[in-house]
Write a protein that binds this ligand. Structure first.
Ligand SMILES: [Zn+2]
Length: 362
């Protein structure tokens, strides 16, 4: 993780904290000291924020560990000043599973709030502490932690992407409609809510404007992601196969690749050795090769050796996912272990654009 520090590892999942977190802590310390509080008093506010983020981490583990039960891996959990993100590979396909994964996060905060609430109630401290300064201290620390966990539940359950509530709503709708339609309804509602928040925020609180923009953009992103996924899953690799392609040999010199690039339409090439495809060479690789050395260098020395093997009847969604994961723009396609053609990302994107344009014109 760039710009992040690993602070913990639990259940095989690394927890990272982003460096901007330091800014948040510094800001809290400075505003407290600026308000005339002593260092001791100010440190209570920092303890409070750190405790809050422990609750956020537990929330994310709620998502991650529930996802694991359905076979979804979580790469890591990253803490940003605005909250936490569990980087899950994907959401489970079945609506009921997505529902549980989405609910598991807020459920953790409900449990935390219930535990703190019970303790406070047993101690007879379950009322708003009278401290007009709003500063965190030993007297109101637990009560504030209780309240903030309730806020985490309410905020996350706003029924709009990218909040958990948006996923809950989509999962519920997907039990009745297909996933694309469910996503579209949830996204539309999210955008309406987003505009509502922006409108309210202009009159009451500028934070609501930010939340509104966040929700509005998140809703649009989710809708277009989901419709792309649905579109891709309707096609197979055979639908975008290109049978005309040029193969380079590992011993070919770079200037041969340069000539092919300049004289033809192709921007990526397969690289073979002993009649076997061993790598791919993209335009970027060729340019990088030219910058680093002269054209005498062989293709084999600059080609990427990561390969994804696709078959004709594979779904385009899986193919695109695998190519994106490996970071390669072109991939050989086999039928009965025989090379029959190539698929490149550009072709897949073109298919998507054409289909989306046709859908828009209907
Ligand atoms: Zn969540």
């Amino acid at each position: 993780m760039k710009w992040s520090l690993r602070i913990a590892r639990f259940a095989g999942i690394d927890v990272f904290v982003h460096w901007t977190f330091v800014l948040l802590i510094t800001w809290i310390l400075l505003t407290n000291l600026g308000a005339g509080r002593s260092l001791d008093e100010s440190l209570w506010s920092i303890w409070f924020v750190l405790s809050l983020f422990v609750c956020v981490v537990l929330h994310e583990f709620g998502h991650a560990l529930t996802g694991r039960r359905y076979g979804v891996k979580t790469k890591n959990i990253v803490l940003l000043p605005i909250g936490g993100v569990a980087n899950m590979e994907k959401m489970p396909e079945k609506p009921i599973q997505e529902l549980w994964v989405a609910l598991a996060g807020p459920a953790v905060n409900v449990v935390i709030a219930a535990i703190i609430g019970t303790i406070l109630y047993a101690q007879g401290k379950m009322q708003l502490p009278a401290d007009p300064s709003g500063a965190i201290n030993t007297g109101n620390f637990m009560f504030n932690l209780f309240v903030v966990n309730l806020w985490l539940v309410i905020f996350n359950m706003i029924p709009a992407f990218p909040m958990d509530g948006g996923r809950v709503l989509r999962a519920l709708l997907a039990m009745r409609y297909d996933k694309v339609k469910a996503t579209n309804i949830a996204a539309k509602l999210g955008q309406v809510l987003g505009i509502g928040f922006i409108g309210l925020g202009l009159f009451y609180n500028v934070w609501l404007v930010f939340i509104g923009i966040f929700i509005f953009l998140g809703a649009g992103n989710e809708a277009s992601y989901e419709s792309t996924q649905a579109l891709l899953s309707r096609y197979r690799v055979a639908d975008v196969l290109m049978r005309q392609f040029t193969t380079l040999h590992v011993w070919d010199r770079l200037d041969k690749a340069v000539a092919l690039l300049l004289n033809g339409q192709e921007k990526e090439f397969l690289v073979e050795d002993d009649n076997r495809i061993v790598g791919v060479l993209t335009r970027e690789d060729i340019i990088r090769g030219l910058q680093q050395s002269n054209t005498d260098i062989t293709v084999g020395r600059i080609a990427k050796t990561e390969l994804v093997q696709l078959s004709l009847d594979m779904s385009l969604k899986d193919a695109f996912e695998q190519m994106a994961k490996a970071g390669i723009a072109i991939s050989p396609v086999y039928e009965n272990e025989e090379l029959v053609g190539v698929v490149n990302q550009e072709n897949i994107m073109e298919l998507l654009m054409v289909q989306e344009a046709m859908a828009a014109s209907r």
